[in-house]
Design a protein around this ligand. Structure first.
Ligand code: CA
Length: 665
């Protein structure tokens, strides 16, 4: 009897330790808490943490992936949806797979050629590609097993940057593109064959249907009849998912409206379901069980696609099954994940679009200060969000949720340009009497029960990495400026700071192999903020050398990337015209088509700074923009969007901008 019990116990212990030693799913379990029970690396031992190995990701742009580790093998993705399998102990590359994403797809993306990782299940590696394919690879060999097209229309500017999740026998994936005029949906495919099981559209196709499923008939009443349906509606499911196996509910977050402004999208108003919402779906059928809309009638790119963490919390003496999210809109939400009931919501940054969330109705109380129908408005938080896709972490030990974000605002304008609101020069006027915060980045430790800040660490740059929490009492994350930090989870005391020279936006993971605990992270700066290097000394000093870094106790020094030559001052450029109208047309077109990659209003971008073009590039300007001369580098042809006259306006504006910023410096 005793032996039998011991036998059972050892089986249980083996299972438990193997689960703890791997990082086998995106969020370290269905609840997506990003918490590890490993304790070799802890407060007392952290000082000797150093490099175990590094491996190149062959990229100079943003790396956002969460590496997956199963049985000593790490699976991760680099830019352009390329997959790598590595020995998790040595970093040796076992195989790579390049899905050959057509380079012209780059112009269809809002936010860099990124990918947030793979899912691994039963010897299969699943991942999405920038051009909308879902692919299954053999985990041993990297050879493809199946590949399917997830897009309903390949001419629309859809993309996939998010990591798929495996729920039972299904692979679940959504898509991105709400800045680009698409209609959001999430789809489940059978993991063995890739056969589609169900699809849930997040917004109706038109006032008259087709209604692909009954939930769209409910939703259509929240859109105005004279809606501009050509905008696609938006509501893309581009990142966050979580799963409760007991309740058998799959949670997905949906994105912003397309176009951004509701008064353009849905002129007679309405909540516009299911934009900016958390949806609880039955994973077997794809039917909606409940929904909670964070921002009814969103006009500010306030997505609810941010990381969702499930946990069981004691609130007012009762254990509640909760779902937690800190979406872009600046409020931290705690929902009952069985019913969708709002338990609490408090602002975690300065917000001026809404004063608070009414707990009775579950709706935000808008201030009117963010209504830009008639005049430009400076809105807090910014469209990039007080917190964006960077994953949070929850420690059951401290009961705190840790996340990086920022205090920042954005000018929304009702200018002609539908997709990207233009900035304003009359900023003081827009501020008016408001006491606005200084633009800063932060890591916050948030108590979800009391809805209060426990502690925070202020960061010099606003665009930093995701977070890992461990039972060693530690919080790990990387910064935009190339530092990898370990903090005391209880009070935020900085216990370790490694200079890695490469800006980090990805979240770290931890795993153990052969009894050694490792912490690993993708280093490579970029993503949504890649058009401005403001305040990022690492990127002005070192190459943005994309790589995977793995750390262990008693590790080595981290080699720094190659130094780059100082950029120097902006050269004087030829003024191509003095016609103010042409320059203004060039400015608007530049902001719309060029700024998201090459920087706006004179900010120093990560990609080529066009103000610094050399004579050779000026000569080729039309060929580059209209003929796709540099398509292999990711600079697609814009012949479908721009004619020669408009390209001239853009060129003239860039040269004029170069000369004005040159004078200003
Ligand atoms: Ca968006």
């Amino acid at each position: 009897m005793r032996i039998a019990i011991l036998g059972l116990l050892s089986v249980w212990l083996t299972l438990d330790s193997s689960q703890a030693s791997d990082w086998s799913t995106h969020g370290a379990g269905d609840f997506e808490q990003r918490y590890s029970t490993l304790t070799n690396i802890q407060r007392k031992t952290i000082a000797s943490l150093g490099l175990a190995w590094e491996q190149s990701a062959h990229s100079h742009r943003g790396l956002e992936a969460t590496p997956i580790v199963v049985d000593g093998i790490m699976y991760t993705t680099s830019t352009w949806s390329r997959v790598m399998a590595l020995n998790a102990v040595t970093g040796q590359v076992l195989w790579t797979y390049d899905p050959d994403v057509p380079k012209f797809w780059a112009k269809r993306l809002c936010c860099d050629v990124v990918n947030r990782g793979v899912a691994v299940s039963d010897g299969n590696v699943f991942f999405g590609t920038l051009d909308g394919r879902l692919i299954s690879l053999d985990a041993k060999t990297g050879k493809p097993r199946w590949e399917i097209d997830t897009l309903i229309d390949r001419d629309m500017w859809y993309s996939i940057t998010g990591a798929p999740r495996v729920i039972k026998d299904l692979v679940i994936i959504g898509n991105g593109g709400a800045e680009m005029g698409v209609r959001g949906y999430v789809t489940a495919y059978e993991k063995q064959t890739g056969k589609q099981r169900w699809r849930f559209f997040t917004v109706p196709a038109s006032p008259d249907g087709p209604f692909e499923h009954p939930e769209l008939k409910d939703a259509v009443h929240t859109w105005s009849k004279n809606d501009v349906w050509t905008g696609g509606g938006g509501g893309t499911v581009w990142d966050s998912m979580a799963y409760d196996p007991q309740l058998n509910l799959l949670y997905v977050g949906t994105g912003n409206g397309s176009p951004w402004a509701r008064h353009q999208r849905s002129p007679d108003g309405g909540d516009n379901l299911y934009l900016a919402s958390i949806l609880a779906l039955d994973p077997d059928t794809g039917r909606l069980v409940w929904h909670y809309q964070t921002v009814p009638g969103d006009s500010w790119d306030y997505t609810a696609t941010q990381h969702m963490i499930l946990a069981d919390l004691s609130i007012n003496g009762v254990i509640r099954k909760v779902l937690m999210q800190a979406p872009k809109n600046g409020f931290f939400y705690v929902l009952d994940r069985a019913t969708g009931e709002l338990i609490s919501a408090e602002s975690y940054v300065f917000t001026n679009w809404a004063s608070h969330i009414d707990l009775e109705s579950g709706r935000p109380v808008e201030t009117g200060l963010a209504d830009y129908r008639l005049e430009d408005r400076l809105v807090f938080p910014a469209a990039s969000g007080a917190h964006n896709w960077q994953p949070m972490a929850f420690s059951p030990e401290t009961g705190l949720v840790y996340f990086t974000g920022r205090e920042s605002g954005w000018v929304h304008s009702n200018a002609d340009d539908k997709w990207f609101a233009l900035g304003a020069e009359n900023i003081d006027e827009l501020i008016g009497e408001q006491k606005i915060p200084e633009e800063i980045g932060f890591l916050k430790a948030w108590n979800p029960v009391t809805q209060q800040l426990k502690w925070e660490k202020v960061l010099p740059n606003v665009w930093n990495g995701g977070v890992l929490a461990t039972a060693g009492g530690l919080i790990f994350f990387g910064t935009a400026t190339g530092k990898f930090l370990a903090l005391d989870a209880a009070d935020g005391a900085e216990l370790l700071r490694l200079d890695v020279g490469t800006g980090i936006i990805a979240p770290p993971i931890t795993y153990s192999a052969n009894g050694v605990q490792y912490v690993a992270v993708m280093a490579g700066w970029g993503g949504p903020a890649f058009n401005t290097l403001a305040g990022n000394e690492a990127l002005l000093e070192y190459e943005n050398a994309g790589r995977i870094l793995a750390f262990k106790l008693k590790g080595a020094d981290v080699p720094l990337p190659e130094k780059i030559a100082p950029r120097g001052s902006i050269p004087e450029q030829a003024e191509l015209t003095s016609d103010e109208d042409i320059l203004e047309e060039g400015r608007i077109l530049y902001v719309r088509f060029c700024g998201s990659c090459h920087g706006v209003y004179g900010s120093e971008p990560m990609l080529p700074d066009l103000r610094r073009m050399l004579p050779h590039t000026h000569e080729l300007f039309d060929s580059i923009v209209l003929d796709g001369l540099y398509e292999s580098r990711g600079m697609a042809s814009f012949a479908e969007e721009l004619d020669e006259k408009e390209v001239f306006s853009i060129h003239a504006y860039i040269n004029h901008l170069a000369n004005t910023t040159r004078k200003a410096n």
